[in-house]
Ligand binder design. Structure first.
Ligand SMILES: Cc1cc2nc3c(=O)[nH]c(=O)nc-3n(C[C@H](O)[C@H](O)[C@H](O)COP(=O)(O)OP(=O)(O)OC[C@H]3O[C@@H](n4cnc5c(N)ncnc54)[C@H](O)[C@@H]3O)c2cc1C
Length: 398
């Protein structure tokens, strides 16, 4: 007798989290249907850092060769004072990260990471990808979930994974906890080929410049051929004039940033001046995950920024989405496409996500400190160096 056809796992959103989820579910042997509202799989033009906790999972999915073709593998993370340019601390990455954590510390263009995941997903027979398919909501029944699309269509599935980002429709319906909260912090970002930069500004390390109320981070992407720079600043005017803060991609004036960095160390000023085409993100967050039921209920789970948006001060938002996907795949492989699998997934993930969210928040305070706190931080960084900068509980996980 023929077995009844297995209902698919439905994935809402085709960002890094959604694609990683689709891959992990397919590798667990389940059919998958992914729906992305955009007409193409797109990522903003910016870099992303991937700790060894993340590259280890990508290796486990057999993506190490593809990753090596597009990544840079910086030798060091160097912390400098934004005011004087003096080195405050250094963490060796390169061979040390590989030896210590069994996987490299990589820096990569977001579009390259997304393309890598997309290629892997397309290599899976059981995955159907729907572009231009905005979802509007869902219904949960005892034995299935039905996804509603903006065009009026409905798709039944065994489970639904909401990987639809910070403004998640799935979250809105599942948790009903309102919109994300503005932080008053903005991220300027720019990318430039190294060849277009003066020789003195070319650099293959991750460098973090710490100033009062701001910090700047730079690192190579695209096999080291391009430099990615992000400047994170506290913007007190933002709450008075909120304007349109939705979406990830706003025009920015490099001159505004140069003004903010007037008086900074000359090499930092030169870097910001040399970069062009600045874009802006308005950073928004939600409360830290407080229990497993905030990540899954019945046949519906949340993943990535839909579940646990975080400030980028630990560079782990996409990393946690990829860890989520791995855990989801594991749970489905053992418990099948069932509510029990989603409960197992949520239980496995919520505390680690909450810890990373909290640490990212704390880092915002540490990175942007002024006065005696800043003085104490710099002293501790000089004295403790790698012991302070390494994060074994994070890089050694999940
Ligand atoms: C300045 C900055 C720097 C960062 N640096 C790092 C870093 O170095 N390392 C790191 O790991 N993380 C970093 N992050 C975090 C990282 O960018 C995010 O955590 C990650 O991109 C989240 O991926 P996601 O797939 O969950 O969500 P998203 O990337 O937001 O994807 C959601 C997808 O869902 C789609 N979608 C939305 N609504 C619908 C709908 N109704 N129907 C269908 N589709 C829908 C969207 O179009 C989108 O494609 C940084 C973030 C910022 C702001």
């Amino acid at each position: 007798m023929n077995q009844p056809l297995q209902q698919p796992v439905l994935v809402a959103g085709g960002g890094i989290g959604g694609l990683a989820a689709a891959l992990a579910c397919a590798r667990a042997g389940l059919p998958v249907q992914l729906f992305e509202r955009s007409a193409a799989f797109e990522e903003v033009g910016a870099g992303i850092q991937l700790g060894p906790n993340v590259t280890r999972l990508l290796q486990g999915w057999g993506l190490q060769t593809g990753l090596a073709e597009v990544s840079a593998y910086p030798e060091n993370l160097v912390i400098r004072s934004a005011d004087t340019g003096a080195e405050l601390g250094r963490l060796r990455l390169g061979a040390q990260a590989r030896a210590r954590y069994g996987a490299p510390y990589a820096t990569v263009h977001r579009a390259d990471l997304q393309a890598l995941l997309l290629q892997a997903v397309k290599g899976e027979a059981g995955v159907a990808l729907g572009l231009g398919r905005a979802i509007t909501g869902f219904e949960q029944g005892a034995d299935r979930v039905i996804l509603h699309h903006a065009n009026g269509h409905q798709t039944p599935g065994a489970l639904l994974v909401g990987a639809d980002g910070l403004w998640s429709r799935v979250r809105q319906q599942l948790l009903g906890d309102g919109t994300p909260r503005l932080t008053g912090q903005q991220a300027y970002r720019a990318l430039l080929p190294h060849a277009d930069l003066p020789a003195a500004l070319r650099c293959q390390d991750v460098v973090v410049w710490l100033g009062a109320g701001l910090h700047v981070v730079q690192y190579p992407v695209r096999s080291g051929d391009w430099l990615n720079v992000a400047a994170l600043v506290e913007d007190r005017a933002q709450h008075q004039n909120p304007g349109d803060r939705s979406g990830w991609d706003h025009a920015a004036l490099g001159a505004d940033l140069q003004q903010l960095l007037k008086g900074a160390a000359p090499p930092l000023q030169a870097l910001v001046q040399a970069m062009g085409g600045w874009r802006l993100w308005h950073l928004q967050v939600r409360h830290t995950v407080g229990r497993a039921s905030q990540m899954a209920q019945g046949r519906v789970a949340l993943l990535g920024d839909a579940a646990h948006p975080m400030l980028p001060y630990l560079a782990q938002g996409a990393g946690m989405a990829i860890e989520d996907a791995q855990a989801l795949g594991q749970a489905l492989a053992t418990a099948g496409a069932t509510p029990a699998a989603l409960a197992q997934y949520a239980q496995a993930r919520w505390q680690r996500n909450a810890r990373v969210q909290k640490r990212s928040l704390r880092n915002a305070w540490v990175f942007h400190a002024s006065g005696p706190t800043r003085w104490g931080r710099d002293l501790a960084m000089r004295a403790l160096g790698e012991r302070l900068l390494d994060v074994p509980w994070l890089y050694g996980g999940p």
